[in-house]
Design a protein around this ligand. Structure first.
Ligand code: NAP
Length: 280
């Protein structure tokens, strides 16, 4: 069994990004990422701080806009429009969750689709579904990078995804399909889940239930990718029972140290891509 080390892959990619930005800034401006955060959610503050740290590490410009908890819809849209119009900003994200009085879908729809580095707008999702992706959702795109880094080809493989969210499960399916895997997407209404997961050469789990996937649910020699991030007994753990499953499979991602770091890294990748495609 080999553990897929997200930290190493992420550091390697960030070193490549830094080289690229060093080259770019010899003659022009650095790519820029703006992050808007509304309110005082403690976890969100940590996520945003990490994103800013990543930007600094690779020489990317970052702007951090903090708005108060009672920010109105109009004020938030004004802030978004401001960054949409800023030619030094290539990527824009609004950190979720938003305070309850703000409709997330409505707010996100105001981000310029060419700056949508979370890749979750209808435009970017549509492009992915059509097989002409541009800015891909960061978590599944991080999973694809991990597979690539470990030389794991998905073509012709039986890939099973548990979870059908717009952020992970669905875009994951499109990416695996594009690379010629045979894809099955499971969810809470799936019947005989174990029968399906036991046939998976590649199993991606994104459900949000601590240690849900047990050893009897996986095929010997499978590749298991654990997207889950849960707290159990005060510790961070994935959706897969890592200790039991790792004995049976060929490759597995740990939590922490697997997919999570790649999500942050792919945000950097998307910002550079947006700069290359649309930067002025
Ligand atoms: N590592 C990262 O960077 C990263 C990024 C995003 C998310 N995550 C983590 O990944 C997990 C999933 O996130 P998400 O946003 O995709 O979650 P989500 O929107 O809550 O979706 C969960 C999915 O799992 C399915 N599901 C729930 N219970 C199930 C069961 N017993 N059997 C089969 N399917 C079941 C749901 O089915 P229905 O559709 O039928 O309800 C749904 O499709 C969470 O732990 C989250 O924290 C990690």
């Amino acid at each position: 069994m080999q553990i897929i080390d997200g930290k190493t892959v992420s550091e390697q990619l960030k070193a490549q990004f830094k080289q690229k930005i060093d080259l770019i800034t010899k003659t022009g401006r650095a790519p820029g990422l703006a992050v808007i955060i509304v309110g005082e959610d403690a976890a969100s503050k940590v996520y945003v701080a990490n994103k800013i740290k990543d930007c600094e590490q690779i020489g990317m410009k970052s702007v951090h806009c903090r708005l108060k908890e009672d920010t109105t819809k109009e004020e938030l849209i004004e802030a978004i429009n401001c960054f949409n119009a800023d030619p030094t900003i290539d990527g824009l994200i609004v950190q979720l969750p938003l305070p309850k009085h703000l409709d997330e879908n409505e707010i996100l729809s105001h981000i310029d689709v060419h700056k949508d580095v979370d890749g979750l707008s209808a435009y970017q999702t549509g492009r992915l579904a059509l097989g002409i992706p541009e800015l891909k959702p960061c978590t599944p795109s991080g999973v694809m990078e991990l597979l690539k880094a470990y030389g794991i080809s998905v073509a012709g493989k039986n890939a099973v995804i548990i979870g059908r969210s717009n952020i992970v499960g669905k875009p994951m399916a499109f990416m695996l399909l594009k690379d010629n895997a045979t894809v099955t997407v499971c969810h809470s209404r799936t019947v005989n889940l174990t029968e399906i997961t036991k046939a998976a050469d590649i199993l991606v789990v994104a459900i949000g239930r601590a240690r849900f996937v047990t050893a009897d649910m996986v095929k010997p020699g499978a590749v298991v990718i654990d997207v889950g991030m849960n707290r159990a007994e005060g510790k961070l753990c994935g959706d897969v029972d890592f200790e039991a499953v790792k004995e049976k499979v060929a490759y597995i991602t740990p939590v922490p140290g697997g997919v999570g770091l790649m999500t942050r890294t792919m945000l950097m990748a998307n910002t550079i891509k947006a700069y290359e495609l649309y930067g002025k």
